[in-house]
Write a protein that binds this ligand. Structure first.
Ligand SMILES: NC(=O)C1=CN([C@@H]2O[C@H](COP(=O)(O)OP(=O)(O)OC[C@H]3O[C@@H](n4cnc5c(N)ncnc54)[C@H](OP(=O)(O)O)[C@@H]3O)[C@@H](O)[C@H]2O)C=CC1
Ligand SMILES: CC(=O)N[C@@H](CCC(=O)OP(=O)(O)O)C(=O)O
Length: 333
């Protein structure tokens, strides 16, 4: 099956092209950058020599007119800025091409919250309404039938995988408190002062205002407090979360909830007691979760580790595409 990647020169786009280069049933038909990109015409392996599978992939400039000449393309991955995904998704859908969007353009159903978080008005209300949220370990059935999938953000992926199994056990009077740290690749490839080598220091940012707070709250069904931190490492996200559980909940209930949630998710590993380490998941599509519970106070601390560029972006996008194209969720991973 032929697929295309837009934003192929970026961190998540290149990871996707690398995964596609060894996928048994998908073929990368074209790797695009923006129309006036400095990288247009370059070999992708020149930008990412670490990926041997990218030899022979040349970056092409994308223009909207190309959409009507994409014969036989089944699906497009958008590893592009939010505003670009918002603008281009309808044209791809009109041409009969299914879309897995890695940006935040279609993740929030509430347009007012979207405008506040993303700084522009959502004009594609129809597509926003039909988009499915691509948290594959929870919404596989809906994703299988979807034409447009909003792949979750990296922090929401780590946080929701830890929290969603506990949703029915939470003491809803106490907001879950999420503290998470991310590698600098979370900010993308484009140079910026705050992510340059000499400027980066471990620090909280986006306090009480990060766009992932409403995303996590919406898809958990419970308001959360979310504080991201920038780390002095390249990739990986560790989210450590404190929650209070209802009075009657015991350890067996928690074990059962996690077992039930991930019975069909071999790439998600849950441990009672062993807290996850970033090093064990970086460069893998896996999520490692560890938790401990204090029955006297009712508080539970759960920690979740992923690679932000893989389970937090490219690998989860591929899992979505697998489901959309009728393949096994973890095919090619
Ligand atoms: N980095 C991460 O950990 C995660 C990122 N995401 C989301 O995935 C998307 C991609 O992120 P990431 O790979 O980090 O970003 P990068 O900045 O690394 O790459 C962005 C890509 O989009 C292209 N691009 C930029 N502007 C435009 C435009 N106007 N039109 C078309 N293409 C454009 C860039 O190439 P060029 O400018 O040369 O055209 C590049 O290929 C973003 O929406 C991001 O929010 C989601 C989860 C995790
Ligand atoms: C370290 C860093 O800057 N991380 C990014 C999150 C990356 C990501 O998943 O975000 P979206 O897909 O929602 O853009 C940030 O905080 O904006």
């Amino acid at each position: 099956m032929k697929v295309i990647v837009l934003g192929a020169s970026g961190y998540t786009g290149a990871e996707l092209c690398n995964l596609l280069s060894r996928h048994p049933s998908m073929q990368l038909a074209c790797a695009y950058v923006s129309e006036n990109s400095n990288d247009s015409g370059k070999a992708l392996s020149q930008l990412y020599p670490q990926f041997p599978g990218l030899d022979g992939v040349t970056l092409q400039p994308f223009s909207l007119a190309d959409v009507h000449e994409m014969d036989g393309v089944s699906l497009a991955f958008l590893a592009t800025p939010h505003e670009f995904s918002h603008d281009v998704a309808p044209a791809l859908l009109d041409a009969g091409i299914r879309v897995a969007d890695l940006s935040g353009a279609f993740r929030l159903k509430d347009a007012a919250t979207f405008a506040r978080c993303y700084g522009f008005n959502h004009l594609q209300r129809e597509e926003l309404a039909l988009a499915e949220y691509g948290l594959v370990d929870f919404y596989a059935d809906k994703i299988t039938r979807a034409s447009l999938v909003a792949v979750p953000g990296c922090y929401p992926t780590a946080s929701l995988l830890a929290l969603k199994p506990l949703a029915a056990l939470l003491d809803t009077a106490v907001r879950p408190v999420i503290n998470a740290i991310s590698g600098v690749s979370g900010a993308g490839r484009k140079a910026a002062l705050n992510t340059s080598f000499c400027e980066v220091g471990v620090q909280a940012y986006g306090v009480l205002g990060h766009r992932h707070q409403p995303e996590i709250s919406a898809w958990l069904g419970q308001d959360v407090l979310f504080t991201p931190h920038l780390g002095t490492f390249k990739r990986g996200i560790l989210a450590t979360i404190s929650v209070r559980l209802r009075e009657e909940v015991n350890i067996a209930d928690i074990q059962h909830a996690y077992q039930q949630a991930y019975v069909n998710s071999p790439l998600v590993r849950v441990s009672h007691g062993q807290m996850p380490r970033l090093d064990d998941v970086v460069n893998t599509p896996r999520c490692h979760i560890g938790w401990q519970f204090d029955p006297h106070s009712g508080y539970l601390v759960v920690s979740s580790a992923i690679d932000n560029l893989l389970k937090g972006a490219a690998a989860q996008a591929l899992q979505n595409a697998n489901l959309m194209l009728g393949l096994e969720k973890d095919c090619g991973l």
